[in-house]
Design a protein around this ligand. Structure first.
Ligand SMILES: N[C@@H](CCC[C@H](N)C(=O)O)C(=O)O
Length: 324
């Protein structure tokens, strides 16, 4: 498969360009590519160049929209659900592949709607991802008349450490720059891997240095996203049911510290709920540097993530200027 860049370079065209869209979900930002036919070869170097905040467009990740039928791993989505016509090909800013991205899937849904490929008034959107098929619905944004949020059934979640980890509340240790002692942490899988540790308070959360990746043991061979959380207690939601609140910072695998992570927010809420024990809320608001998202326990061992998705710009990238 050749890339448009390669094709155009071969013809000697002066300016081979790649149309892109920039979007974000609670400031977790992405470069989106419309590659319905699966013609673009999304190499690691193309991803890194697009995600570069100084020499490229800039983003925590790159998301390619491709027809499920046009990708070998996308076709698995069609087997799971023939309605999953579109596949979210997600890459971290360093070019690595991730199974799932919770903020990205909402931005992907907004992108599909903007392209006329999903009409939210006609029902839920079904998306293929490497973690499986995901369902998205649009809902009114809480407290923002006229605004919209996207709620995603993020599928099944698990504690990889099983019942022993659930009982103990931890199954890993994390060393983070700025914290003096190793901290116990809980591994949570939300389609991609997370390790969550609780800090003593907001002062400690602010003091942590996430310019260096936290060190996790046992070492996860596939890497891990790391969430640092401060539980903020509970209050009554609009319908009177209890809602938990958590503040979080995150170091993302393949990126570094980001201003939000949707799967990380799910992992954070699930870990805090595990630590809280029986009677803990099923709904959580997770405050991240880039905003707030809502996490809700669903039947069948699934978890839902809801929050905003914003498309901010469309541009034609001069591929020669990216130095590829
Ligand atoms: N920011 C994302 C997660 C993106 C993938 C992650 N960095 C990984 O490698 O697993 C989200 O919003 O979930």
């Amino acid at each position: 498969m050749t890339s448009p860049a390669t094709d155009l370079a071969a013809t000697g065209a002066a300016h081979a360009t790649l149309p892109v869209t920039k979007g974000h979900g609670t400031q977790n930002d992405f470069v989106l590519l419309d590659d319905r036919d699966g013609a673009i070869e999304l190499t690691d170097s193309l991803v890194r160049a697009l995600a570069d905040r100084r020499a490229g467009i800039g983003g925590d990740g790159v998301i390619r929209l491709v027809a499920s039928a046009a990708l070998p791993d996308g076709a698995a989505s069609l087997t799971q659900d023939p309605r999953a016509l579109w596949f979210m090909d997600y890459r971290n800013a360093d070019g690595s592949i991730a199974e799932m991205c919770g903020n990205g899937v909402r931005v992907f849904a907004a992108y599909l709607a903007s392209l006329g490929l999903w009409d939210p008034s006609e029902g839920d959107l079904v998306i293929g991802t490497r973690a499986g098929v995901r369902h998205v619905r649009r809902e009114p944004a809480p407290g923002a008349p006229g605004g919209v949020w996207y709620a995603v059934d993020m599928g099944p979640w698990t504690l990889p450490g099983g019942a022993a980890a659930q009982a103990a509340g931890f199954d890993a240790e994390v060393v983070v720059s700025g914290l003096e002692v190793d901290r116990p942490a809980l591994r949570v899988d939300v389609g991609n891997p997370h390790t969550v540790l609780a800090l003593a308070g907001e002062g400690e959360l602010e003091a942590v240095d996430l310019t260096r990746a936290p060190s996790v043991s046992p070492h996860p061979p596939q890497g891990t996203n790391v969430e640092l959380v401060v539980p903020l207690g509970e209050s009554a939601g609009p319908d009177g049911t209890p809602v938990g609140r958590v503040r979080m910072r995150v170091h993302e695998r393949g990126v570094g510290e980001t201003r939000s992570c949707g799967t990380g927010a799910c992992a954070a809420a699930l870990a805090v709920r595990t630590w809280a024990g029986s009677g803990a809320p099923d709904v959580w608001l997770v405050d991240v540097p880039g905003g707030t998202v809502r996490v809700r326990l669903l039947d069948g061992g699934h978890v839902e993530l809801a929050g905003p998705a914003v498309l901010v710009a469309h541009a034609d990238v001069d591929l020669a200027a990216l130095g590829l």
